[in-house]
Design a protein around this ligand. Structure first.
Ligand code: FEO
Length: 381
């Protein structure tokens, strides 16, 4: 990175599900950084899955020196599960964290014998030329999370903030996998992210060093703008997102017909997903990306098809809000999906449900088209 700040993180292409739930087709990066000065600081460790590679990187970068400090930004095991190994390897190093960091670490390890430095928001630590200021960022993504600002080289070590899925040896679009990461990992905590963005606005930042994903320099204004939209639950892209849960393909046909009707009306983008077969985390991301969403589902056991029920549960858990939603249901004898979806959505904040819901009975027929056209017209307003 620079003469005195070095990247010592690792890529993980062996992981099947990140956090036990998210598919990561291009793997995952666990980032860690080393600051070499009169004092030597290590900024976080990595998931113990890659401890061997990690300690090899650290040893090489240390060039014979020994760490004085290990700053722990976040205790989640994808970063902190190697802390115990670190203290065994470098017993003289002091762990720097806030009161919660130290409390949480004790839930994972017995660190008896390790010295801790407890910091509060705004506290500083001098390494020599490099000056660290600690910025508490609770709930971005756990309560103990803190960022660290290094004022000499103007580097923000941002913990999970500004991270993305994907290993660093794979080229891919930042926005796409950072958005999927953001909404699934910290989407619920928009208020807390807004609060950190306000703190960051007062800092001159040349480089952002997150704990996942690439180091950011030239794109900082762009990523800050996206984070502002995402954390305020704003609309990032014009268009409509259609999510469907279909048993025999008839609801899917209706969803595809609606897509065609929207496109024929000049809708700038119509994204569509099959909730039973495509990545739920990606569907969640698209639901936040667009301002207008259509939920199309088969009726099932007097309610709604389970994949749609599951999707609504995910949206609720991530504090989904400020959107306009159209509903389509299918039911041969007693359609129940729209009622079930409406009842669930009633507990959401600031959601406008378009009326009436479209009801299909079995196969999509010519007689259904006026209702689909009316929904398309509403969505284009
Ligand atoms: Fe990358 Fe919340 O851990």
């Amino acid at each position: 990175m620079t003469d005195n700040i070095r990247y010592i993180g690792v890529n993980d292409h062996d992981i099947d599900l990140f956090e036990g739930q998210y598919i990561v087709p291009n793997g995952m990066a666990y980032n860690s950084y080393l600051i070499l000065d009169e004092k030597v600081a290590v900024m976080d460790t990595v998931d113990q899955r890659k401890a061997g590679d990690y300690f090899a990187n650290l040893e090489a970068a240390l060039e014979g020196r020994t760490p004085d400090y290990l700053v722990v930004s976040h205790v989640e095991p994808d970063h902190a599960s190697s802390v115990k190994l670190f203290t065994e390897k470098y017993p003289a190093a002091k762990i720097v964290g806030n009161a919660k960091t130290i409390q949480f670490l004790a839930n994972y390890f017995d660190l008896t014998g390790t010295e801790f430095i407890t910091v509060k928001d705004g506290d500083t630590l001098s390494l020599g030329q490099h000056q660290l200021t600690f910025v508490l960022a609770p709930m971005v993504h756990w309560p103990e999370v803190m960022m660290t600002y290094e004022s000499t080289e103007k580097v923000l070590f941002s913990a999970d903030g500004f991270g993305k899925f994907g290993a660093l040896d794979v080229e891919e679009d930042w926005d796409c996998e950072a958005r999927r990461y953001y909404f699934n990992i910290v989407g619920k905590f928009g208020v807390q992210v807004q609060s950190v963005l306000k703190k960051a606005a007062g800092l001159e930042i040349s480089t952002i060093c997150p704990l996942h994903g690439p180091i950011l320099t030239d794109t900082i204004p762009h990523v800050l703008e996206l984070y502002n939209i995402w954390s305020s639950y704003g609309v990032e892209s014009e268009g409509v997102f259609i999510a469907y849960a279909s048993i025999y393909g008839n609801t899917k046909n209706a969803a595809l017909k609606l897509k065609a009707l929207l496109e024929s009306r000049g809708c700038p983008k119509v994204a569509i997903t099959d909730l039973a077969r495509e990545d739920m985390a990606e569907a969640l991301e698209d639901a936040f990306r667009y301002g207008k969403v259509v939920l199309a589902a088969s009726s099932y056991n007097g309610g709604v098809m389970p994949f749609m029920e599951d999707f609504l549960h995910h949206l609720k858990a991530k504090n989904y809000q400020k959107r306009t939603i159209g509903l389509m249901e299918n039911g041969t004898w007693a359609p129940s999906a729209a009622k079930a979806m409406k009842e669930t959505l009633a507990a959401f904040k600031d959601i406008t449900v378009l009326e009436p819901a479209v009801t299909i009975r079995g196969a999509l027929k010519e007689t259904d088209l006026p209702a689909l056209e009316a929904l398309a017209d509403e969505l284009m307003k």
